[in-house]
Design a protein around this ligand. Structure first.
Ligand SMILES: [Zn+2]
Length: 301
């Protein structure tokens, strides 16, 4: 089996790991770089100057990826827009590299070793700085398929809604993502948030204390996420399970779950969807590393 250097790059953090036989060893996590040179610097720091001991690199990025090579657009990492990371890593490090969308990578991880094992059709969504997701389908006798999606950029508020990082107005991500809520909480309670504390953690603390504003905000987000999922379920009757991950979703689910479930009860048309299983990824935050390594091996091993 190959020894693959993997990167899971999101709007907040870039995590670096090595993956061999599906085993992930996390090496280092940094705040997201702000330029391609910054990315190179982080890789060199983690790999102590060399990547020679690895068979190659698998990169998972929050954004639209073409041909497992090029980032078409990354709403929270615009410096990656239009960059061919496969060529770049070949030139910068002399190492083979394959690129995939971070949620697609997480979906592959989940169907190989996580909550989507044995599931015919399921979705995996991240509720994080951004909102992302993909669909997996498994047909007996055929190869499993991961269908990429951009559920965070479904427009649910009409084209006059809030401005999104992707440049459109009215996207789900612009209202219900951890990034959107972070901005909102900061705007409302900036002076009350202890310095250095993530506004989303302040929200969690306040919700745990039963503060009405915090519970109301989680109700709003839960209903928004539930509506997005209900629409997705009505589009695809095969879906049997919803897997979620991402810090904002994992930390906030206890407050959001009743509202999500209520909206799905009302909104879902298929009777088997009314009480669909909604579970936290058992691989989070490592699932995308497993998928990124699997994509590399699929092409190179
Ligand atoms: Zn958008």
């Amino acid at each position: 089996m190959a020894n693959v250097f993997t990167i899971d790059g999101g709007g907040d953090k870039f995590a670096y790991a090595s993956v061999k036989n599906g085993k992930v060893i996390l090496l280092k996590t940094f705040h997201s770089p702000t330029s391609i040179d910054g990315l190179k610097g982080q890789i060199l720091k983690v790999a102590h100057g060399g990547l020679k001991k690895y068979d190659g690199m698998g990169i998972a990025i929050a954004g639209v990826v073409q041909n497992n090579e090029t980032i078409i657009q990354s709403p929270n990492l615009h410096w990656l827009d239009t960059i061919n990371l496969k060529e770049w890593s070949q030139n910068a490090f002399g190492i083979k590299c394959w690129v995939t969308n971070d949620l697609e990578a997480a979906g592959i991880g989940e169907l190989k070793e996580g909550e989507l094992q044995g599931v015919r059709c399921g979705i995996i969504d991240t509720i994080s700085t951004g909102l992302g997701g993909c669909t997996i389908i498994r047909i007996p006798g055929a190869k499993e398929v991961v269908i990429p999606g951009e559920p965070g950029h479904m427009v649910n508020f009409g084209l006059q809604g809030p401005l999104c990082g992707c440049g459109k107005f009215g996207c789900n991500e612009a209202r219900y993502s951890g990034g959107a809520i972070r901005r909102r909480v900061k705007q409302l309670f900036g002076d009350q948030i202890p310095s250095g504390m993530d506004p989303c953690r302040f929200l969690d603390q306040e919700a745990d204390k039963g503060r009405p504003w915090a519970l109301q905000l989680y109700k709003e987000v839960g209903e928004g996420i539930g509506l997005g999922w209900a629409n997705t379920l009505n589009r695809n009757g095969w879906i049997e399970k919803i897997v979620y991950m991402g810090k904002f979703g994992v930390y906030g689910m206890k407050h959001m779950r009743p509202h999500i479930e209520e909206v799905i009860q009302i909104g879902a048309m298929f009777s088997h969807h009314k009480d669909i299983s909604i579970v936290q990824s058992s691989l989070w935050p490592n699932g995308a590393h497993i998928g990124a390594a699997a994509i590399f091996e699929e092409h190179e091993v």
